[in-house]
Design a protein around this ligand. Structure first.
Ligand code: PHE
Length: 355
């Protein structure tokens, strides 16, 4: 019996010390673990002589309760302290002055891409994407531009390896291939994104933007292409009337092929779209070549359609009166502040695109 009292006294004074939660837990195991001092005393109850057993058991239970209560209250106390310290540390001083608020602007190219996507989505085009690093097959071969085809040289390609297998895509047309390979016709998609050619002056940048369009179905002809582009240009420039000119051209992946110019004039230093007698080339297009369809396992006797590739940066320059393409990519914050757009003003056809 005095042994129980010894254990009790010894551990009560131990617990009086300044202990950590871990240390208290160790004591808990020492007393109440499987072979703990108190637990093993309980196992001996049966072997205590009848006369003493009742008192032994009651002393033991009392010591157990006392020690357990003390341990629990110590742990609670320490945990409470820990939480309070944490709260104290994380306190926000609301009397501090606010940080200066810098308002970001949306880059004109991003704005233009959003506008283009919004306009084409109105007439049923969905948006696809492809990687900037392409391989030679998607960028050229599958697009009916075999090795040694002169069009490959015209693209001023940035190759990434000596075998000329990997490259920075020279146009968004490889997304046509990727889209048609992963799905079944009909297709009606646009694919905006970055494109690269080794070329740089006031109207050319080595990195620029295009939006590809592709519409393949069982009964699509050049009239649909014209109608679609006509609608797009009108919506994009927010004018009722436009002048558009299709010039015969050549792309290996379309037949027939055309380049499209829009008519404009400059009045009081401002560009007016749809009037005057000046022409600006903004896109290439045509009816998708049967070989391209064959390459992606689409039957050209059943399906046909058109594709186009529009230069996004040029459209943005025209619409927002920016005259040097290179400024787009200079990362000059003052320029962006002047030409950028309010991030909360997301373009939609219903609200008017640029207002
Ligand atoms: N990929 C062509 C270019 O970059 C444009 C184009 C796209 C032409 C689709 C026809 C059809 O010059």
């Amino acid at each position: 019996m005095s042994e129980i009292k010894n254990i009790r006294d010894q551990f009560i004074s131990k617990l009086e010390n300044d202990l950590s939660i871990d240390q208290i837990n160790e004591i808990k195991t020492e007393l109440f673990g499987k072979n703990g001092l108190i637990s093993s005393k309980f196992k001996t109850i049966g072997s205590i002589p009848d006369t003493d057993r009742k008192k032994f058991a009651s002393d033991l239970n009392q010591a157990k309760d006392e020690l357990q209560n003390l341990i629990t209250s110590k742990i609670n106390e320490l945990e409470g302290k820990k939480i309070n310290e944490k709260l104290e540390k994380e306190k926000v001083d609301i009397t501090l002055p606010e940080r200066p608020f810098v308002r970001g602007k949306v880059h004109p190219v991003s704005q233009t891409i959003d506008e283009i996507s919004s306009i084409f989505s109105e007439i049923g085009f969905s948006v696809e994407e492809g990687p900037d690093v392409e391989n030679e097959y998607y960028n050229f071969t599958a697009l009916n531009t075999p090795d040694n085809h002169p069009a490959r040289d015209m693209h001023d390609t940035f190759y990434l390896d000596e075998n000329k297998e990997f490259l920075l895509r020279t146009h968004t047309s490889p997304v046509q291939i990727r889209t048609m390979l992963k799905d079944k016709p009909p297709f009606k998609i646009i694919a905006p994104g970055r494109t690269y050619r080794s070329d740089s002056d006031q109207t050319h940048s080595p990195m620029f933007h295009q939006v590809e369009g592709l519409h393949i179905d069982t009964n699509i002809n050049m009239g649909h292409l014209k109608g679609c582009l006509n609608y797009f240009i009108k919506e994009f420039f927010e004018v009722e009337k436009i002048k558009m000119r299709f010039r015969p051209s050549h792309f290996p992946f379309t037949e027939p092929s055309a380049e499209v110019d829009i008519g404009y004039e400059i009045k009081d230093g401002k560009i007016i779209i749809g009037e005057g007698d000046k022409w600006l080339e903004i896109l290439g297009c045509g009816m998708v070549h049967p070989n391209v369809l064959k390459n992606v396992k689409v039957d050209p006797s059943k399906y046909q359609g058109y594709a186009f590739g529009i230069g996004i940066d040029r459209l943005a320059m025209l619409k927002y009166g920016i005259n040097d393409l290179r400024a787009f990519f200079d990362c000059d914050y003052r320029w962006l502040n002047h030409f950028g757009f309010d991030p909360l003003d997301v373009p939609s056809n219903y609200r008017g695109l640029s207002r």
